[in-house]
Design a protein around this ligand. Structure first.
Ligand code: ARG
Length: 576
């Protein structure tokens, strides 16, 4: 159920009856001060101004037609023309009781299930994952969980960079060093770094490297063998990290750049035939209409080099075609950083122009900003190197351990391991997910591991509190569905009314790919729960009915906190 939608629909009808043209939308928001009302209708004033009417008269007219008897107990109209609505306690109680039996915590809107491909994490092979891979991996993972929760068919894809020109260098260097022993991931990184250095210094080596790219793309057995080895070693490392991070990606979801290789020659032929790609002195390019570079030259996407090698773009074009054809994708979402925005939009235009996907298929780049240090510079090691993701996670777990030991010095070792893992990983994820993804953000250990404020720990702790209350009574709430919820303290009412925003928040995220809205909402619930907990006696109450009513609120809070964190990929703790 979506309380704002229910109200807005009815309000819109009465606005039309009051003579306001239908293009005027209802603007409805929760009142800041509960004494003034629960919801406020805005927008009547601006409508009155543009229609040259008196705002208060118009507001009165709208209210006259308002048919909200079941939901609203009182309506106040301010002199200026604001309309404030008070929700009926009885109605709210009924809605809250309905939540107790709802399979999806009040998410009742029937959605048309779509096949949604989510392209996320997608690291390049031959390197360990670093901090730069964090955002795509965890935002993508949370979105996968949320899209599946509402009922979409989600296809998770890890589009690993296993087919780029860097393999040419690596194979050439490997061959050059004749290292035939089994290699460790750290060796591969070293190998890659050395290969890159040689590539930039040695023209002969660079030419040789490029020839290996073409050889690999033509499936030369020697090249394939080294390539496979490198991919396997790197990916096994990544899978361990995903597991540690509680991210759903496994080998089943890995569909790297290499698998589209056989499609590429036909793509080139077809794009040329359609007049979309042209031969520019041996290089195959797609000119971009209307786009010029700084020198005023028309811009183009290269899809095949003179030596025959295909590029990142060629693969992405083939890949979209594949995802549409094989997965029957209705929507493809890319969690890739904002630097690739122009690139991806060009690819989206090309595949539509080439008719590889119909125009109604949604191709979306859900971009995100960078992680910065406290000096607003890219977050790197002191030596200016990329911070390895594994090191960052370990650091967070270590810091969490210190916090736990400080609170509970006698904690058992295996409990400490488990708790610090959940808290440490939760903190990193939440700090990231709670920021609007399109912006850069500053990484701050102290803020993310605080017990107060908008952090995972604050929410996890509230969950522990709720659970410990519930444990003391052990009630099956499904037997108490008819028992009315009592709203004695204002905090009970506010909490209850905020529960009803869940559907609206979730559907917004499904549409826009913005899990920070869920974080904000969970934070709001947690703050309201703390106020409720401070203001209201729960277990030590004489009035049994009030006690049960309050316990219901505690129970629902625990359900929402658990589900909310789960959708963010963060685990809860029962006891701290
Ligand atoms: N491997 C790429 C990188 O590290 C990201 C791939 C994103 N997905 C895609 N289909 N282009 O930059």
């Amino acid at each position: 159920m979506n309380i704002k939608k229910i109200l807005s629909k009815k309000i819109h009808k009465s606005m039309i009856k009051a003579g306001i043209p239908s293009q005027y939308n209802v603007i409805l928001r929760q009142c800041k001060k509960i004494e003034l009302g629960h919801y406020q209708i805005n927008g009547i004033i601006s409508a009155a101004i543009s229609l040259k009417k008196n705002p208060n008269d118009l507001a009165n007219k709208v209210v006259k037609y308002l048919n909200l008897k079941d939901i609203i107990s009182k309506i106040n109209i301010s002199k200026l023309g604001f309309i404030n609505l008070f929700i009926k306690k009885k109605w709210l109680s009924k809605q809250i009781n309905l939540l107790l039996t709802s399979k999806k915590l009040g998410l009742t809107k029937k959605i048309i299930s779509e096949n949604i491909v989510v392209d996320y994490s997608s690291p390049n092979i031959a390197k360990e994952m670093h901090v730069g891979h964090l955002r795509s991996t965890i935002i993508g993972d949370s979105m996968v969980k949320i899209l599946s929760f509402v009922g979409h068919n989600v296809i998770k894809v890890n589009h690993i960079g296993d087919w780029g020109t860097h393999f040419g260098m690596i194979i050439a260097f490997y061959n050059y060093e004749k290292k035939k022993n089994s290699i460790l991931i750290s060796d591969i990184e070293k190998l890659y770094t050395k290969a890159r250095k040689k590539y930039s210094e040695d023209i002969k080596f660079a030419t040789e490297s490029r020839s290996y790219v073409v050889k690999l793309q033509k499936k030369d057995p020697f090249c394939l063998q080294i390539w496979k080895k490198i991919v396997n070693i790197t990916m096994n490392n990544h899978y361990q990290l995903y597991k540690k991070l509680n991210v759903e990606l496994t080998s089943k979801n890995t569909m790297g750049e290499s698998i589209y290789n056989d499609m590429l020659p036909n793509i080139i032929t077809d794009l040329k035939k359609k007049g979309i790609a042209i031969n520019d002195n041996g290089t195959i390019i797609i000119p971009l209409e209307g786009l010029k570079n700084k020198k005023g030259k028309l811009m183009a996407v290269i899809i095949q080099k003179k030596d025959g090698a295909y590029l990142y773009a060629t693969i992405d074009i083939a890949c979209i075609k594949y995802r549409y054809k094989i997965f029957k994708a209705h929507r493809i979402i890319y969690y890739v950083d904002s630097r690739q925005s122009q690139y991806l939009n060009q690819i989206f235009k090309i595949v539509k122009k080439a008719n590889y996907v119909p125009s109604n298929i949604k191709l979306e780049h859900h971009m995100f900003g960078m992680i910065l240090n406290k000096y607003n510079k890219p977050f790197k090691t002191r030596e200016g190197k990329n911070i390895k993701l594994n090191n960052l996670i370990n650091e967070s777990i270590k810091k969490s351990k210190k916090i736990i030991i400080k609170k509970n010095p006698s904690i058992k070792k295996n409990k400490l391991e488990n708790l610090s893992h959940i808290i440490g990983i939760g903190a990193i994820k939440y700090a990231d997910l709670s920021k609007n993804r399109i912006n850069n953000y500053v990484f701050k250990w102290d803020d993310m591991l605080s017990l107060n404020g908008n952090t995972s720990l604050y929410i996890q702790y509230a969950y522990v509190r709720a659970k410990s209350i519930l444990k003391k009574v052990n009630i099956d709430f499904s037997n108490l569905l008819d028992l009315e919820i009592k709203f004695v303290n204002y905090s009970e009412f506010k909490l209850a009314i905020t529960f009803l925003d869940f559907e609206e928040i979730i559907l917004k995220i499904v549409d826009k790919g913005t899990p920070h809205l869920l974080c904000n909402w969970l934070y709001k619930i947690t703050v309201l729960f703390s106020i409720f907990y401070e203001n209201c006696k729960i277990l030590n109450l004489q009035d049994d009915l009030l006690k049960l009513s309050r316990l219901k609120i505690v129970f629902l809070t625990s359900l929402f906190l658990k589900k909310g964190l789960l959708l963010l990929g963060i685990k809860t703790i029962k006891k701290m």
